[in-house]
Design a binder for this molecule. Structure first.
Ligand code: RIB
Length: 293
């Protein structure tokens, strides 16, 4: 069983389903409201655990009832929580999601996730040093992402950086990461002034641009390649990117080739959108393998 550390956010998703997205100044009547576990870090940790890895989550929750529910959810999914601490007097992170017109829009309030500092991460060094791969995203402080990239590089542990939500990265952080997985919008923020082709060619087998229904695009050192996604009728795409990143990390940590790892990740992501909620449709390992065979 491969060992994965996920360093990132743990939040509660407050999800409104509505026939229409309100314009500025407009009020619309929604259809339903649900509260479900989310946060990009937590989603990736849960997805990786369901896909068969031993997963340590490194993060913070609030000392509120959401924090307790987030911890319970990790435990129900077999994610190790030795390095998930409640922060006294702090609210848990929340994501305010509108599902309308077949897509989502999200506002994240970081709350306790802002306490995932470089000093906090240092407490988890014993787990990080044992990891086959580390996953990180950008719903935690920027200096933590920079610190972890340097740490993983110095320890010789591959870091998969999912640069979401989008913000520019320091050149050293890009150099230190083993894999970077932006979507098209995030890639345009990261590689300003460079065309997609130039960016992919500059970072062969490091930069993987996810293009939703089209699949994933990367450069293998010789040519640009697209590994196609699996067509499905999506119910809720929230968390599909997180499932992709978790699947990619799990497959890579098991020694699969890049192409095989991307197929595995795409298949897992395609299954994840068949149910409501970021984590609702995240598949178990045997479901992905059944579909792939
Ligand atoms: O990637 C999906 C996640 O982004 C949601 O679960 C929400 O928490 C937001 O952070």
């Amino acid at each position: 069983m491969s060992k994965i550390c996920v360093i990132g956010s743990s939040s509660m998703d407050l999800v409104v389903t509505s026939p229409k997205r309100p314009a500025a100044g407009e009020t619309v009547l929604g259809e339903s409201f649900k509260t479900v576990p989310g946060g990009k870090g937590a989603n990736q940790a849960v997805a990786a655990a369901r896909l068969g890895a031993e997963v340590h989550m490194i993060g913070c929750v609030g000392d509120d009832h959401y924090g307790k529910a987030i911890l319970d959810n990790f435990q129900a999914n077999g994610v190790l929580t030795d390095y998930v601490e409640p922060v006294t007097g702090q609210e848990s992170g929340t994501a305010h999601i509108v599902l309308a017109d077949g897509d989502n829009s999200i506002i994240v309030v970081k709350g306790a996730n802002d306490h995932v500092t470089p000093e906090y991460v240092q407490k988890a060094l014993p787990a990080i040093k044992q990891a086959d791969i580390v996953l990180i995203q950008q719903e935690i402080p920027e200096e933590t992402v920079d610190y972890v990239s340097g740490l993983c590089s110095s320890l010789g542990i591959p870091l998969l950086l999912n640069p979401a939500p989008a913000r520019p990265l320091r050149p050293e952080t890009v150099e230190h990461a083993a894999y970077i997985t932006p979507n098209e919008h995030e890639a345009s923020v990261l590689f300003q002034g460079m065309s997609r082709e130039e960016a992919l060619k500059r970072y062969p087998e490091k930069l993987f641009i996810t293009e939703g229904k089209n699949g994933v695009r990367y450069h293998n050192g010789l040519e640009e390649r697209v590994v196609p996604s699996f067509p499905v009728n999506a119910i809720d795409t929230t968390g599909a990117g997180d499932t992709f990143n978790a699947g990619f990390a799990v497959a890579l940590s098991e020694g699969q080739s890049i192409e095989s790892a991307l197929r595995f990740a795409n298949r897992a992501a395609s299954l994840s959108v068949l149910k409501f909620g970021a984590q609702g449709g995240m598949p178990k390992r045997d479901e992905v393998e059944r579909e792939l065979s």
